[in-house]
Design a binder for this molecule. Structure first.
Ligand SMILES: NC(=O)c1ccc[n+]([C@@H]2O[C@H](COP(=O)([O-])OP(=O)(O)OC[C@H]3O[C@@H](n4cnc5c(N)ncnc54)[C@H](O)[C@@H]3O)[C@@H](O)[C@H]2O)c1
Ligand SMILES: [Zn+2]
Ligand SMILES: [Zn+2]
Length: 345
């Protein structure tokens, strides 16, 4: 089968690989119909993710059709259409029983990282009963690809951790796919203001179309001042960090109002400064989270009911044999205006 393989920092190729086989009774093999590329795949290609060894098939998002199942799988059988979660969960360990699937002792984020992923014709999914979701009849499968990772990530790590609530004020720093997913799902709660901050005017324009009440290009270093002006001098109740660099975490510390939350989503590769000398008295909270995907069934219903239109995040389409071109397009988002690229296998 064809598969996109990470061959070491800066090196990837479309290779011919053997079709994956059932290895454990809980496994399923899924034939991929649609997959996509995540910002995290670009992190891997830069060599930022040491758990991902050269030779690994990348990808942790997608939908497909069950090809075969192990003897222990009871919820799915060959022919079922399924949504693949980026997080594998056994459903039984202490972390899974607490709904913290991201820290499952025999799962978590392993797909396209510690085991072969979804940017291929077939993928092996461990703990299939609790890591796959049935696709409802008539569902828009393009939209569901956005449910493997980005919608639960924006919602759980940003909106839920940020305690977004009716009438509250929210700033989302980073208007990439994850920041936009937080923007779409924050609107479930009718906050009064949602301010999107980025360096890229095109992405800010998209944010306006997706429901941002204000957008700020932070290139001039005046974003904190502008947010204060929009919020009666207070700052925001929820400052959601969706970039993953020291400057944006710093900005969130400047934006948060007394009693507010800094909800970090970004994957950080460098240490950041924490200004407790200023924040100790401000009654704030700081949260971090690796997406658990525990809200996937709920988000699936909202997509099905057309409460959010996740297909708006898809900007480009490719076939699996064009995946190198898809990486080029996704990797140069400032020029190509790419958000999510959909790859059909
Ligand atoms: N916590 C989790 O479980 C989880 C899951 C998935 C992704 N992530 C992380 O979420 C982050 C966002 O993901 P994405 O796919 O949207 O990334 P992305 O790179 O597509 O988007 C980031 C955005 O930040 C903007 N930006 C960069 N530097 C900036 C700065 N100094 N000030 C303001 N804006 C700036 C960019 O223009 C871009 O629009 C990444 O760090 C990703 O790895 C975390
Ligand atoms: Zn991802
Ligand atoms: Zn578990």
């Amino acid at each position: 089968m064809k598969a996109l393989v990470y061959r070491g920092p800066g090196d990837k190729a479309l290779e011919d690989r053997p079709k994956p086989q059932i290895q454990a009774p809980g496994d399923a093999v899924v034939r991929i119909t649609k997959t996509t590329i995540c910002g995290t795949d670009l992190h891997i290609l830069k060599g930022d993710v040491p758990t991902c060894a050269p030779g690994r098939i990348l990808g942790h998002e997608g939908v497909g059709v069950v090809d075969s199942v192990g003897a222990g799988v009871t919820a799915f059988r060959a022919g079922d259409r399924v949504l693949i979660s980026c997080i594998s969960s056994c459903g039984k360990c202490d972390y899974c029983r607490r709904g913290m699937y991201s820290h499952c002792t025999t799962g978590g984020w392993i797909l396209g990282n510690e085991i072969d992923g979804t940017q291929a014709e077939f993928v092996r999914i461990p703990h299939a009963d609790t890591s796959l979701y049935p696709i409802p009849e008539g569902a828009d499968e393009d939209a569901l690809v956005m449910l493997s990772d980005i919608l639960p990530t924006g919602f759980e790590c940003g909106v839920l951790n940020g305690k977004v609530s009716p009438g509250s004020t929210v700033a989302i720093v980073g208007s990439g796919p994850i920041g936009l997913a937080a923007l779409l799902t924050a609107q479930f709660y009718s906050p009064a203001e949602i301010i999107l901050i980025d360096l890229d005017d095109n992405r800010l324009e998209v944010a306006r179309r997706f429901g941002a009440t204000h957008t700020i290009n932070s290139a001039d270093g005046k974003a904190a001042e502008k947010v204060k002006a929009l919020t009666g001098g207070r700052g925001v109740d929820a400052a959601i960090e969706a970039v993953g660099v020291p400057a944006t975490f710093q900005l969130c510390q400047d934006l948060v109002a007394p009693g507010g939350v800094i909800a970090n989503i970004g994957v950080h590769g460098a240490k950041v400064e924490l200004h407790l000398e200023r924040l100790w008295s401000q009654n704030i909270s700081i949260t971090t989270r690796l997406v658990d995907t525990v809200t996937t069934p709920m988000l699936l219903k909202t997509v099905q009911a057309k409460k959010i239109d996740a297909t708006r995040l898809i900007t480009h389409r490719f076939r699996l044999d064009q995946i190198l071109e898809a990486y080029e397009t996704f990797g140069h988002a400032a020029d190509t205006h790419a958000l999510k690229v959909l790859i059909e296998a």
